[in-house]
Design a protein around this ligand. Structure first.
Ligand SMILES: [Zn+2]
Ligand SMILES: [Zn+2]
Length: 393
């Protein structure tokens, strides 16, 4: 039997030479072409209608079967479910809302996502299977920096709608985890070094996957208005990136560029340089054995050339830090490995997204003298701070 809509013939229509019948379909009378049936149907006969043609004469039982099949199809298609997911853990400032937006859009789900003081709340509505898949992907495919610690599901009455939106954060009480600052990512480093990129040599480069978080947050939920970036209005180009779901800076709160973001300046006795000139002058000062205070995200770092014994001695004197080791910055892993020895796990820490200060043993023999004369002999460990956070602590 063909798949179609069952109807019951009421009468043959006048004037069509028996080719057209009036057929009752679920209480509504329709004109149906019955010309392709082998025998002309009589009033009371059941027929199966396919694309407006009666294609098969059937009995009532077959009609009931077809009808129930149709209802099943209809209910399958019509059924939508709406579910709310309360997500807890490290889910703010890690690209979670953009990830939810993209995932829901891929699955054709309507709804919204917003940050709350407790975490992230998502409501999705659509095909039940798609909603289930969405719930699994929420945990399994979460962005690399996110840590989903808890997920509550609540089924809600459907509301309809087709679009998915990122809503303004809702206020209220609660507690969520703010993301720590994340070291600059490979993609941003590539842009930083690309003369054709509009963020070429932009010292405050960041994206959804990297950049400042905790130290720029003034309150939660995490939104630009609740960060120290609130005072920097995005330019049109940055706004376009921020609004584009396909962009790496989609809903990245610290997004900025040389046209609209913070700028670099160097001040000192008789010195006021900005931009690249500030970087050049800083390099000269460091090479000259000076100590430079670099304003980082969480405070000032005092920096000097670690290979210059006089500069390190001067820093120790001013910091009154006679014996304690300083953190040492290295350009990359190769440079660091020339100064200290490290295990695979330690290597992973230095190159991972968090790039913490890692305490590493100095080799017994060579290399120890390539970084000043410090730390002193009673201290066999030097520290190294990686990533973009300039300075020696
Ligand atoms: Zn990045
Ligand atoms: Zn901009």
């Amino acid at each position: 039997m063909c798949l179609g809509i069952p109807g019951r013939v009421v009468a043959l229509a006048d004037g069509y030479a028996g080719q057209v019948a009036l057929v009752d379909v679920e209480g509504a009378q329709r004109q149906v072409n019955v010309g392709m049936l082998e025998a002309q149907p009589a009033p009371g006969d059941w027929v199966l209608i396919h694309m407006g043609f009666a294609v098969e004469a059937i009995d009532e039982a077959a009609a009931r079967t077809a009808l129930s099949g149709l209802q099943l199809m209809g209910s399958g298609r019509a059924a939508r479910v709406r579910r709310r997911y309360d997500v807890f853990g490290l889910v703010q400032g890690v690209g979670f809302r953009p990830f939810v937006y993209v995932t829901a859009s891929e699955l054709g789900l309507a709804g919204s996502v917003c940050n709350t003081p407790s975490g992230v709340v998502v409501e999705v509505e659509g095909d039940p299977d798609a909603v289930d898949v969405f719930g699994r992907r929420l945990v399994d495919d979460a962005p690399p920096l996110a840590e989903v610690e808890g997920l509550h599901e609540t089924d809600l009455p459907t509301r309809g709608g087709t679009g998915f939106s990122i809503e303004d954060s809702s206020g209220g009480a609660g507690r969520t985890l703010a993301s720590p600052d994340v070291a600059v990512c490979e993609d941003c480093l590539a842009e930083l070094a690309d003369p054709l990129d509009r963020r070429y040599r932009h010292p405050f480069i960041s994206c959804t996957n990297c950049g400042p978080r905790f130290t720029i947050i003034t309150s939660l939920p995490y939104d630009r208005a609740a960060t120290t970036m609130a005072g920097f209005e995005m330019c049109a180009a940055c706004r376009a990136e921020y609004d584009d779901p396909g962009d790496r800076r989609f809903h990245a709160q610290p997004v900025a560029c040389p046209d609209c973001g913070p700028t670099l300046a160097l001040d000192g006795p008789g010195i006021h340089d900005t931009g690249d000139a500030a970087v050049r002058r800083t390099r000269e000062l460091l090479a000259d054995g000076q100590v430079v205070a670099v304003k980082g995200l969480g405070g000032y770092h005092l920096a000097c050339d670690a290979r210059n014994e006089d500069a390190v001695a001067e820093l120790r004197r001013r910091k009154q830090r006679g014996a304690k080791p300083f953190a040492v910055m290295a350009r990359d892993l190769a440079v660091a490995e020339g100064l200290v020895s490290m295990t695979e796990a330690e290597r992973g820490l230095l190159t991972g997204p968090r790039k913490p200060v890692v305490l590493l043993p100095r080799p017994e023999l060579s290399g120890a003298h390539s970084v000043g004369t410090d730390p002193p002999p009673d201290n066999s460990e030097g520290g190294r701070r990686g990533g973009r956070r300039a300075g020696v602590t």
